[in-house]
Write a protein that binds this ligand. Sequence first.
Ligand code: PBG
Length: 330
Amino acid sequence: MAYPVERLQRNRQSPQIREFMKEIRLSPEDLIMPLFIHEGRSESVEIPSMPGCYQHSLANIVEEATHIAQLGIPAVILFGIPTHKDNEGSSASDQEGVIQQAIQMIKEQVPELLVIADCCCCEYTDHGHCGPLKDGELDHDATLARYQDIALSYAKAGADIIAPSGMMDGMVQAIRGKLDQDEFTHLPILSYSVKYASAFYGPFRQAGGAGDVFTSDRAHHQMAITQSQEAFREAQLDEDEGADMLMVKPAMSYLDIIHQLKAQQRRPILAYHVSGEYAMIKAAAAAGIVSEADAFEEQLIALKRAGAHKIITYYAKEYAQSYGSKKEQT
Ligand code: PBG
């Protein structure tokens, strides 16, 4: 059948029909808000590279979490900026550390909000690498032991989901084993399974308070942008090691990977719309060359259409706010 019998515009002719035909519906429930918490601050400070995002303090984190939950966003993912950094990233597993305190405070005061704890050393080491260095090289086995300790401290603090982000071989198995040994068999692991060595993490490195020591070269453990077969092996290994959810990161340049993983794997796929992806829309909007709300909605819908079950995005709050005010108008 072809034109003039077939007319696709029939299904687009009015706002009501367009609404009726919608395949994808985005709502705040699809989103996860990342939060940075700075141990040394008493108030929130805006991150210069990420306008509209803040380094929060422990003093205001409950207020922020309450607001996020009220907007209908189901989960947050936490990143800490400690006052003390060393070779081992020892403050990352401190039971009184900034993230452990934040988890406890949020779970006490806003229990309905799921707390995902990012598990890595890179914000906690004085050299900015994802684990301890030995003779100038990353010490792989020592790194896995660090991840075990960090994960356990998050579990004890009350985290709902542990999210190892270092892309180290064997990290899911190491963490699962440790959690099970300590009777946290119920605690899910969201693995950053497919994490590319990307240019789009730039603003995060400023947000994470790492400055120049956060080296951009992580090519020995993050994936090269040229690879796709490897992505499926990474995801499969994580499944085999016991990951409950898989993540693809960054988001927009990897829609093909999300789409294929969704078809192949039997685990929910989450997408991380990263700091650079956020900052680029902010910059384009500030320059007056895109409509900001339309641009980020288009990207978030594309991720859902590709197969992402949930999306981690710095736009979560802004999207939920505009969603709420649209609802009020109708
Ligand atoms: C590592 C980590 C990074 C991001 C999240 N977790 C930085 C990196 O791998 O270099 C980046 C997130 C973003 O850019 O928004 N713990």
